[in-house]
Design a protein around this ligand. Structure first.
Ligand SMILES: NC(=O)c1ccc[n+]([C@@H]2O[C@H](COP(=O)([O-])OP(=O)(O)OC[C@H]3O[C@@H](n4cnc5c(N)ncnc54)[C@H](OP(=O)(O)O)[C@@H]3O)[C@@H](O)[C@H]2O)c1
Length: 228
């Protein structure tokens, strides 16, 4: 599939691109005109545009079988960032998907989206605007999956020990997860029809390595198994 990824210059976005390429997809990595390009985008087609440029965004999405939205407001003194990016930015991407005929969308949102009383809201009510973006996607008629990760980690040295914890909406409030696993779950969602129309919260935690042959460690939980 030709897959579009927005926010592809971000730390989750480039990993989504890399995972998609590894799984044999072609990738259109959508970034801002001034975005720095991480090495992880090697092998992807890079398209530079402003999300507010409806014509350019629609053109970039044409021919794509799906979109992963990994945009998110960067920390800034400008507290309107979350409203602009996490709400209106998502709305613009939804509209462009409709115009371009892209049906399938995976949105990287956040645990606690929709909560008013949360310290993260000190950054421009980010959790409130994230929920609005989610709601617009839910109401869009598009085949969506919302992935809500916990605190994002760069660490990749113990991925083999990480066990994912999935839940439905508003079930988890704490916890963290490596961005690499979030990227993998986004790709899993695209491959799992049962994830359409679902909000999936994900965190992970390291489990001790099982002694050889004892099989003590729990089998990894996959999105498909959790949804079954
Ligand atoms: N940090 C956490 O612990 C955490 C926890 C849960 C959920 N999340 C959410 O998970 C997602 C990924 O987070 P991350 O930390 O991996 O992302 P990140 O590294 O901060 O990257 C953000 C991406 O969004 C793009 N972006 C920012 N403002 C934009 C705008 N106005 N127009 C278009 N693109 C814009 C950035 O482009 P540039 O490279 O050009 O700036 C970048 O590609 C975000 O939605 C974030 O809110 C984060």
């Amino acid at each position: 599939m030709l897959l579009a990824v927005t926010g592809a210059s971000g730390k989750t976005g480039w990993r989504v691109v890399q995972e998609a390429l590894r799984r044999g997809h072609q990738v259109r990595a959508i970034v801002r005109p001034g975005s720095s390009l991480p090495e992880g985008l090697n092998g992807a087609e890079v398209v530079r545009l402003q999300l507010g440029n409806r014509t350019a965004l629609t053109e970039a999405l044409k021919g794509c079988g799906g979109l992963v939205i990994a945009t998110g407001a960067r920390p800034s003194v400008d507290l309107s960032g979350p409203l602009q990016v996490d709400a209106f930015g998502v709305q613009r991407q939804i509209e462009a998907c409709r115009a371009a005929g892209v049906q399938r969308v995976v949105l990287v949102s956040s645990l606690c989206a929709g909560l008013w009383r949360h310290p993260l809201n000190l950054f421009g009510l980010i959790l409130v605007w994230k929920r609005l973006g989610e709601q617009w996607l839910e109401q869009s008629g598009l085949a969506f999956t919302v992935v809500r990760p916990g605190g994002l980690k760069e660490q990749e040295n113990d991925l083999h020990l990480q066990r994912l914890q999935f839940s439905g909406p508003d079930q988890q409030r704490d916890g963290s997860i490596p961005r690499r696993l979030v990227a993998q779950v986004c790709l899993d969602a695209l491959e799992t029809p049962a994830s359409v129309g679902r909000i999936v919260e994900i965190t992970s935690r390291a489990v001790p390595e099982a002694p050889m042959g004892k099989g003590e460690s729990a089998a990894p939980v996959t999105l498909e198994a959790w949804l079954a």
